[in-house]
Design a protein around this ligand. Structure first.
Ligand code: HEC
Ligand code: HEC
Length: 218
């Protein structure tokens, strides 16, 4: 099937599997850089994606996704805010999923591992990271169950005063937003809306990490 869709492409180009794996690795690094609040790293991953030579013999139906993916990566590489770079990462993911859906081909992510357990901040964060990874897979595959499974993890009691009386209110506001994003995510059924939400979500992770680093939580 692949040989038919990408006829001729395999002889003179790296295999599509390697190409796609590179896409995935680059975009996952970009996503995680946004989450950490590492603006420069996120932009440089997107720059690499924008400059990466596309496969040459993409079927005509799928070319627009390549163009849109590269445009999103290019704009993210020049973005001036974490929100804008987050939106670009999400837009890239939307185009990955768009092409996979249009061609009826693409990744089928392996069964998701169990979300990490535990009551401390590190475990809470590991669940946030798990959620953001599953929602990303939901966009890229694309797959509703991945998206919803990730979103559901965001619904747990947020890290606010109710959970921890010592929490800094300047930080708790971001925790509330993550929780609300989980609720909203479950109501979004179109991939375009999901991507919009996802960009804002990872930027919110970043805002809190920056606030914590700047000492708001001391
Ligand atoms: C031009 C269309 C197109 C775009 C854009 C695209 N893909 Fe793919 N992708 C495919 C096709 C077709 C396959 C299936 C290859 C196969 O079945 O052998 C695939 C397969 C994959 C796979 C599975 C690879 C494997 O080893 O089987 C991954 C992972 C993947 N894509 C990730 C991505 C990510 C991440 C992006 C966006 C950054 C992306 N793709 C953008 C067409 C596309
Ligand atoms: C309310 C503030 C807040 C929000 C919102 C937040 N984080 Fe965190 N995050 C923290 C703090 C505080 C730490 C440091 C935890 C530690 O070192 O024990 C952290 C650390 C992390 C770590 C590193 C954990 C480790 O063991 O080093 C990851 C990964 C992470 N967060 C993911 C996320 C993701 C993904 C989101 C968004 C879905 C998110 N966080 C949203 C406050 C937040």
């Amino acid at each position: 099937m692949l040989v038919i869709l990408f006829a001729g492409s395999l002889a003179d180009e790296p295999s599509i599997h390697a190409h796609m794996q590179l896409h995935l690795d680059t975009t996952v690094r970009a996503r995680d850089a946004v989450v950490r609040g590492d603006f420069d790293a996120a932009r440089s991953e997107l720059k690499a994606l924008a400059e990466h030579a596309p496969l040459k013999r993409v079927p005509p139906d799928a070319r627009k996704y390549v163009g849109a993916m590269q445009a999103a990566a290019k704009s993210g590489a020049k973005a001036k805010t974490l929100e804008a770079v987050g939106a670009s990462v999400a837009e890239v993911g939307l185009q990955c999923g768009g092409c996979h859906a249009a061609l009826g081909r693409g990744p089928v992510f392996a069964d998701a591992p169990e979300p990490p357990a535990g009551d401390d901040v590190a475990a809470h964060m590991a669940r946030h990271a798990w959620a953001s990874a599953r929602m990303w897979e939901g966009l890229v595959q694309p797959a509703d169950d991945r998206w919803d499974g990730g979103a559901l993890q965001l619904l747990e009691e947020p890290w606010t005063k109710a959970r921890d009386p010592d929490v800094d209110p300047a930080v708790a506001v971001f925790a509330e937003r993550i929780h609300t994003a989980g609720v909203d995510a479950l109501m979004k059924s179109s991939d375009t809306e999901r991507a919009g939400l996802y960009g804002a979500l990872i930027a919110t992770c970043a805002r809190c990490h920056r606030a914590v680093d700047d000492g708001a939580a001391d």
